[in-house]
Design a protein around this ligand. Structure first.
Ligand SMILES: [Zn+2]
Length: 381
């Protein structure tokens, strides 16, 4: 079944061959792939036709960083923080207790609800991490449930050392029995490399063990303060270093000279009332930047890529085009995917139609539900 989309107000392709942003364009989708992109006047025939009625059309958002397998929420912690208490990351243990106590069905229903919420806001690819189980059985089941919702699953047994456990012994568990149990359900391995979580040596050991088990590395790095995370990411060829809020010049240079994407998560700075990462410094140095939600119940409980994009423009001085590119193609690069994040023949048929004539409205009209339709794997919703 093929579908011809016409009446496109503005097509944001991320494809240099198409000239980036194209007007008077049409798109033909065949099954779950884009079959043709070009001037509306030259569009080939298709089985069905969709009139976008002047909508801007974009690639579906690629949310390359989320933590959706959890139970409970931490609204009270958020309220206390907004009343002046600092964020330390210690609240993760609250969610671990709630997650362990939840049934498989409860975890599945909660994560599925959040994936659907993200989809309504234009997200067509989402990465989901474990990290609220922190036992062999609970990490494995978190990933098993995540895998029902996405192929982009990440083992984050090294989120925090569980209460009452010895750090060295826990690293042995994460790199041993827990990794063995998690690996069948995970594509990626991640570690929270931060003061109070895992140090550089532990992070290197965990990511190296994961790579030996066939998982590709990514890392939570330099969020709460300076640290070795970004350098380790580059050294190990990680797909992405995530957060990147506190960087030295050497960190920026290392990222610029590598294939490691800097994934910025402004929802976390918003929700912890913290300093935003310096996106301009990274972009001006030639670093590939991605934007993602970090959706989790503690430090960034938003599933909205448009919200993160608006924050990136307003608070991180990204241009609207840079922010949209980071939220689509940047996310695809952070997941080492070439079939998503752009509108070009052969790419997956993941498209967003806005209730606006230009992508500029995403940041220009923050907080407004502008996504009027989503095409995911060629299916309209
Ligand atoms: Zn995270």
């Amino acid at each position: 079944m093929s579908l011809l989309i016409t009446g496109i107000g503005e097509l944001f392709t991320n494809d240099p061959a198409q000239g980036g942003i194209v007007r008077d364009a049409a798109v033909v989708v065949d099954g779950d792939r884009i079959a043709w992109v070009g001037p509306a006047g030259q569009a080939p025939a298709a089985d069905e036709r969709l009139d976008a009625e002047g909508a801007a059309v974009l690639p579906g958002f690629v949310d390359s960083h989320s933590h959706l397998i959890f139970a409970g929420d931490r609204a009270a912690e958020f309220g206390a923080r907004m009343a002046g208490e600092p964020y330390t990351g210690g609240g993760i243990r609250t969610t671990v207790a709630a997650t362990r106590a939840a049934s498989d069905d409860e975890l599945r229903a909660s994560a599925a609800r959040l994936v659907a919420e993200a989809r309504r806001q234009g997200t067509t690819t989402i990465e989901i991490k474990s990290g609220y189980g922190l036992s062999v059985a609970d990490e494995a089941r978190s990933l098993r449930i995540a895998r029902e919702l996405t192929d982009e699953t990440t083992f984050l047994g090294a989120h925090v050392v569980p209460a009452g456990q010895d750090p060295a012994g826990y690293v042995d568990l994460v790199t041993g029995a827990m990794l063995t149990a998690a690996a069948p359900y995970a594509r990626w391995i991640d570690v929270f490399c931060e003061r109070g979580a895992f140090d550089g040596e532990q992070a290197r050991a965990i990511l190296t063990a994961g790579a030996k088990a066939g998982l590709q590395p990514r890392i939570h790095a330099n969020q709460l303060g300076p640290g070795p995370g970004v350098q380790i990411a580059v050294e190990l060829g990680a797909a992405s270093a995530d957060h990147c809020t506190h960087l030295t010049d050497a960190d920026v240079d290392a990222l610029a000279g590598s294939d490691t994407v800097a994934t910025l998560l402004p929802g976390a700075e918003f929700s912890t009332r913290s300093r935003y990462p310096d996106a301009r410094r990274l972009l001006d140095a030639g670093v590939t930047v991605a934007l993602a939600t970090d959706c989790n119940p503690g430090s960034s409980y938003t599933s909205s890529m448009p919200f993160c994009l608006a924050l990136a423009v307003r608070e991180m001085r990204m241009t609207p085009a840079e922010a949209l590119r980071a939220a689509t193609l940047g996310g695809a690069r952070a997941l080492r995917r070439t079939d998503i994040g752009l509108i070009a023949a052969g790419a997956r048929a993941d498209l967003v139609l806005l209730d606006a004539p230009s992508y500029l409205h995403l940041a220009y009209r923050p907080g407004v539900p502008l996504v009027k339709a989503v095409l995911h794997d060629g299916v309209l919703s």
